[in-house]
Structures are given as C-alpha cells and as structure tokens.
Design a protein around this ligand. Structure first.
Ligand SMILES: [Zn+2]
Length: 268
C-alpha cells in the first residue's frame, strides 16, 4: 500500500512539472508565464483542459497535437515524471526529520535545478531569474537554522561567495592559458546557489562528478555521431571547445548537486 501522502506529493509533483514545462518553453523567450493559455506551437489552437493533464494526456493523444497531429516533445511527460519523482524522493529521504519549511526550501532547490537543466540543454543559457534566487533562498534557510546539512548562516554566506569566486578563478586561469572563455556566466551564479545550500564542502564532489559526466557524455555523443555517419565525429578532438560547444555544463552541475544533496558521502 502506497502511503496517501506519497500519492498526494506525486500528483503535486506532476502539476508543478507541468508548470516547469511552461517555464522551460517561455522564460528564455521572455514571454509571460501565465498568458496566453497553453496552445499548440504549430497550429496555435488553444488546448482544452483535458489535453493538459500531466502524462495521461500525452499517452491518450499518443504524443501528437489533438488538432493538427504535430508531434509533442517527449520532454513534456519526462519533466512531469522527473518532477514527481524528485518531490517523492526528497520526502522519503528527509522523512525521519520532516520539517515543512525545510521541505519547501529543498523542493524549490531541486525543482529549480530540474528547470535550469532543461533550459541549459535547449538554449545553452541559465537565466539569472532562476539561479540568483537560489543563493538568497539558501541563505534564508540557514538563517532559520533549518539547513539539512547543518550549515550555519555564515558558512552558507561564505560558501556562496566562494562558489562564485572559485568558478571565476578557474575561468580566468583558463582564459589566460587558452585565450578563451570556458564557462558560461550563468554557471557562476548556479555554483553560488550550491554553496548557499550545500556548503563549500560540496564543491570538490560536484565539480569532479560534473566533469566526469561531461566528458563521458561527450564521448558517447561522438560515438553516436560516428554510428550515424555524421562527419563531425571525425573532427579532431578539441576537448574544452567541443564540450562547451556541443554539451552544456549546467545539467551535469545540477545532477551532481542533486546526488550530493541526497548523499553527501557519495564520492568522498
Ligand atoms: Zn497543433
């Protein structure tokens, strides 16, 4: 028997995931998040309420627009399912010392990371509107004395600044050696958010794991191109340039931060 609160949180996660899809689609274009109501990007027809039910509508419509048959991206049900999974996992992980305020702040953290990952994948940018509030939310949580990793406010404050400083340092160093920028500006603020929530103790884990995942994905991407007979697979490997140009770093940073939040001992 699944506990009733888990079912409730799952449904809540699906609904929030539905909204996250709107944010992923509209925020980078500077459009309003609330108006106009959801419509098909191809035929512009307004969707009925029953076309908007998380996951179920996608299955009923077999992944196509009800009016014009345009394919609906798998991203929609995927983000909804991930959002529900994250909320439920968070609840189960922190259930022994459940506290509503902490839960809301952590849910805000993990769902913002989900949103940032998909925006960075699609648009190769991380909006300040998503990354900067993470820093303040992390500070506020520790100010309330409710940080799940027991960060004090001073730790949280210093770690956020250290996170931004660290990436800025790496970037400057890299710029002087390779004469090019390596990291997007959005990644600095994201690292600041990690510092505010998870503390500077998390930085090594996050950066190491994210780099590892980034390189692995880059290799898989090259193999994929080769299998498809794409001539980009033959280009001589230029690691940093190739990585940044084809695979954004944000989603790997976010995934690594999530792993750290759920299990700070995961690497060390
Ligand atoms: Zn349509």
């Amino acid at each position: 028997m699944i506990p009733i609160e888990v079912i409730f949180l799952g449904i809540l996660g699906l609904i929030i995931g539905s909204f996250i899809n709107v944010v992923i689609y509209r925020l980078p274009q500077g459009k309003s998040l609330f108006f106009p109501f959801s419509h098909c990007p191809k035929c512009q027809k307004l969707l009925k309420w029953y076309h908007n039910i998380p996951i179920l509508s996608y299955l009923f419509l077999k992944g196509k627009c009800a009016y014009c048959g345009e394919k609906i991206s798998i991203q929609y049900p995927l983000v909804e399912a991930l959002s529900a999974l994250l909320i439920i996992s968070l609840y189960l992980r922190f259930k022994p010392h459940f506290d509503l305020i902490t839960f809301i702040f952590l849910a805000y953290f993990v769902l913002t990371l989900l949103t940032i990952s998909f925006i960075d994948l699609k648009h190769k940018e991380i909006p300040d509107l998503l990354s900067l509030p993470l820093i303040f939310a992390g500070w506020f949580l520790s100010l309330l004395g409710k940080n799940p990793l027991h960060l004090s406010f001073v730790d949280s404050l210093i770690s956020a600044l250290a996170g931004m400083g660290l990436l800025f340092f790496i970037d400057t160093l890299y710029y002087h050696i390779a004469k090019r920028e390596s990291i997007g500006m959005g990644d600095f603020k994201l690292m600041g958010g990690f510092g505010a929530y998870l503390g500077y103790q998390s930085f090594f884990n996050i950066l190491f794991l994210a780099s590892l995942l980034g390189v692995l994905s880059f290799l898989l991407f090259k193999v994929y191109l080769k299998l498809r007979g794409d001539k980009r697979a033959e280009e001589k490997p230029n690691w940093q340039e190739g990585l940044r140009a084809e695979i954004p770093f944000g989603p790997f940073l976010c995934l690594s931060a999530l792993i750290y939040l759920f299990n700070p001992q995961s690497l060390l």
